[in-house]
Write a protein that binds this ligand. Structure first.
Ligand SMILES: [Zn+2]
Length: 157
């Protein structure tokens, strides 16, 4: 009898294996997430060499490689640098009800932007350069999703 391993063509299939993993947020990440969770404050770090304020904070400047030991408190609002409006809802990708999007937001006091969700806006309301503000979750657990999303700044209600 023939050995099937010698006579059979070997076909391959592409796939993706998802491996759940848990790791420490690290010294900088933990400080950042605690301020977000406990005080609704955004913190960044400043590079002592080039002066760039990073948000999300970095332990080392990617340009100078200097240690960024200085913490800087940032405003909970900033410039919507760029964005996209999502047209299809998916429960795992869009925790925001209704019209939502993804945007790069540069908080006041920071020199770099970060990606987050956008919500509470009308069709056609968003534009690059506009000011958006953070909407915090009522129950926060030490995650970037302690900020539910950013919305257009509408002033004091
Ligand atoms: Zn630097």
């Amino acid at each position: 009898m023939d050995d099937w391993r010698e006579s059979q063509e070997i076909l391959v299939m592409d796939g993706r294996i998802k491996v759940p993993y848990t790791w420490s947020a690290g010294e900088v990440g933990t400080t950042y997430l605690e301020a977000l969770r406990d005080d609704k404050r955004f913190m960044g770090t400043r590079c002592p060499e080039c002066g760039v304020v990073y948000h999300i904070p970095r332990m080392h400047c990617p340009d100078c490689f200097a240690a960024c030991a200085e913490w800087v408190e940032l405003e909970p609002q900033g410039e919507l640098v760029t964005y996209t409006v999502a047209r299809k809802h998916h429960p795992q990708l869009s925790p925001v009800e209704g019209l939502f999007g993804y945007g790069v937001i540069k908080l006041e006091g920071a020199d770099t932007g970060f990606l987050h969700l956008l919500g509470e806006f009308a069709e056609g309301e968003l534009s690059s350069g506009m000011t958006v503000e953070a909407v915090f979750a009522d129950e926060r657990e030490g995650s970037v999703l302690d900020v539910r999303y950013f919305r257009p700044l509408r002033g004091v209600e």
